[in-house]
Design a protein around this ligand. Structure first.
Ligand SMILES: CC/C=C\C/C=C\C/C=C\C/C=C/C(=O)SCCNC(=O)CCNC(=O)[C@H](O)C(C)(C)COP(=O)(O)OP(=O)(O)OC[C@H]1O[C@@H](n2cnc3c(N)ncnc32)[C@H](O)[C@@H]1OP(=O)(O)O
Length: 281
């Protein structure tokens, strides 16, 4: 459940209607507490918040809007009780047109860059599983609070996908070189407790209410600090990685096209999709 806001009149909700969504309501909902200046961004693409082209475009737009609104902090979360974000929409990879595949990958790069380079402080409130692209979203935030009994990790290699260099770097920056190398190559999924142990998340919480409380505590640490000094320091730390990604982005896209258009990959993906369905039986 979302944190209760003392005065509902203070709650401004930006809502956008999106075409082609199976979710109820907008793909991304933002609730702004005007007392604290903290925005809760709720990823809302049922059932598992998988990242389609349109969903990522909406996340990017939301972050742009929040930058313009001069918020004091952002909490990224999901309305689901089981899944934070299931990563890229695997259907985007099934025999895609090359043009769409390029656009999907470009949007993933931009989603990462936008969230990684926000001027305001960011917390991922990971209230469910966060494989691959779900872990990527969490890694873009400055601080991660994870509810117990879920899993998180960059499991791309398990699906036959290479982890892009900019994402490897983000993982390395978070957990250190050795842990990142092994985790990326093996495609390890970590339990919440294991993730805490290696520093992939910063705190655990028993439930979403507790996680929200801890997220606000993190954001409160900046309450009396100059937003300029804070964000300038963050961007000095992070901008080079964003620029590196942008410089190499066309090569990155070409590599992904080669990876995904390959017939062996497509055969493996079909088997993977079947295994997702079989798990339910
Ligand atoms: C276009 C991009 C091109 C190239 C990529 C190249 C390189 C990529 C490198 C890095 C970037 C990131 C990549 C990725 O993110 S790949 C996606 C990885 N994600 C997964 O492997 C997650 C798979 N899902 C699960 O493990 C479980 O669903 C989960 C634990 C998240 C939730 O389990 P739960 O039991 O709660 O739900 P399910 O019944 O399994 O799922 C419900 C429903 O949703 C469908 N589903 C699940 N995940 C996805 C997904 N990622 N994309 C699309 N659809 C997904 C699932 O099949 C069910 O559908 P249905 O059977 O119709 O109800």
């Amino acid at each position: 459940m979302l944190r209760k806001i003392a005065n509902p009149a203070r709650l401004l909700t930006f809502q956008r209607t999106m075409a082609s969504t199976a979710s109820t309501g907008p793909l991304v909902r933002t609730e702004l507490d005007s007392q604290t200046g903290y925005a809760t961004v709720i990823l809302n693409r049922a059932p598992v918040n998988s990242l389609s082209l349109e969903f990522m475009a909406e996340i990017i737009k939301t972050v742009d809007e929040l930058e313009r609104s001069k918020i004091r902090g952002m909490i990224l979360t999901s309305p689901s009780s089981k899944v934070f974000c299931a990563g890229l929409d695997v259907l985007e990879m099934v025999n895609p047109s090359e043009d769409r595949l390029r656009s999907v990958w470009r949007n993933l790069q931009d989603t990462w860059a936008k969230l990684y380079g926000t001027s305001f402080p960011t917390v991922a409130l990971i209230n469910g599983h966060a494989p691959a692209g779900g872990c990527l979203l969490a890694l873009t935030c400055e601080y991660r609070i994870m509810c117990s009994n879920f899993s998180i990790g960059l499991n791309e290699t398990q699906l036959g996908l290479a982890v892009p260099p900019w994402l490897q770097k983000t993982m390395r920056n978070t957990v250190g070189s050795r842990e990142a190398e092994i985790a990326c190559i093996k495609g390890t999924m970590f339990s919440s407790e294991e993730a805490l142990k290696i520093g992939l998340v910063d705190e655990l919480a028993a439930d979403k209410g507790e996680a929200m409380h801890k997220a606000c505590n993190y954001l409160d640490t900046f309450k009396n600090m100059s937003p300029y000094a804070r964000s300038a320091t963050k961007l000095l730390l992070r901008n080079k990685k964003i620029e590196d990604m942008k410089r190499a982005r066309e090569d990155d896209i070409d590599r992904v096209v080669k990876n995904v258009m390959n017939s062996d990959f497509q055969a493996g993906l079909a088997a993977y999709l079947q295994s997702l369905k079989d798990r339910k039986k």
